[in-house]
Write a protein that binds this ligand. Sequence first.
Ligand SMILES: [Zn+2]
Length: 513
Amino acid sequence: MGRGGLLGFLLRVRPGLVLGRLGVLVLLLLPALAGADYMDHFAQRDDVGPRKAPSLGDARLLLIPVEVKGFPPLDRARLERFFSPDDENGFVRYYEVASLGRYRPRVTVGPTIGYDACPLPAAQFPTCSVARGDINAFAAGIDLLREAVRKTDEAGVDFTAFDVNGRAGVADRWADGVMFLTNVPFGGIAFPFAYFNRGDNLSGGTSGPLVVDGVRIGHFAVAGDADVFVMVHEFGHLLGLTDLYDEAGNYGGLQLSVMGAWSYDPKIVLPDAETRWRLRWANWVQVQGRQRLTLKPVETSGEVARVGIGDQYFLVENRGPGAFDRHLPVRGLAVFHVDRDVRSVTTQGSFPKLGAKEGDFVNRILDCVNCDAWHPYVRLVQADGAFDLENNRRFNAADDLFLPGDFILSDPSSSVRSKTNPVNATNFYSGQPSGFALNDVRLLDDGSIEVTLDAPASGQCEERLCPEGEACAPVRCGEAPRTGCAALPTGPLGLLGLLLLEQGLRRRQRLGL
Ligand SMILES: [Zn+2]
């Protein structure tokens, strides 16, 4: 894990709650952290196991319920239901739908670990509630997590059952994912236990991951107040995702994202297109030149159209009320402007400007990658051009999604967009035109959306997300090769092509093909 990851671990702020930079203060108190790229949106892909939970294939997760007397008791029946595949609005279905069935978790709700009194030191936690970012909670929290795992093991749970997956898709002696749900007042945290542990590892050793039945546990997703919806978000961190809300509270952060401005209500929000694409849960359509596309609802198709390559690009997907996203009253195209090269804009004075090399993503997280509303890592481009979100006003799907009649083009003046120059255009953050345009939106009866997208005319098809495997490459790029006379090429070369095509057809006829 890395420093940036730590910030995310320490803080989980409900949108609108101002927390300030307490997390940064805590970071300063800790030794320099070795390793990097936990919670990095897959800047690194080779750290599944020690730093990330596997996010493709079958996985066996363990939920440890921890109940403290004096607080509202856990409703086990409700937990069992929410974490079972039968709950259409539950955890398992959420991740299956979000991943297009590529990630298939099954959750075992472990035996309830009971405490007669608050297990945290009374002197520091008189009401057993943990304030967000409270550094005292660290040491106490580590002990509590260790004890809960020990008790779960002693209750007869076989931890080898929770390792069926890993970086290579098979058991790797790292747990596929462990969650800790308690009824005491506590927000949520994704906790890099192995990094902080200096004590017992439950296997005769000290420090590092817990080792139970030979299976290592390096991190936990933790939620308090028995809040299962918070757990959906925290577990996203274990899958490698960073926070995309605004930790500073100047605006809500990224809309249409489980890691963003969702308020943890029962209407669970699907992942944003960048998250889906990075996790290899998308069917990636790379646009080249001008293309008329039909994008089916993302929750059933996984279709994400990408315009542009490199570190700065646009992603377009079809979002609307379906299995999830039920807060959306309409269906439309969500357009995300992604900049993987977001740099730390340090206002603290205590940090130098940090680099933003790929693989060094944590340094961006350190300064809260989505906190600059005008230049975040992932920005929702709004159709109405009113910049309501950047100005901390409400998201309104009917205005902010691209519906019939909406379009967006480049700004020929190449000015730099800002609060004082709010130009709704497809230009890069530098002001340079990106070549992206979106026109002629048409909503079809089956929920699909037709749209004309413009992208650079060539050189768009070679990029890969990963060396091999599903969703590492676009499912298609550019126009499919046309046949017959549907497209009449023009110009001398086009005529030559037509002649060759005709000759080819004749030859095929002669050969009886
Ligand atoms: Zn979070």
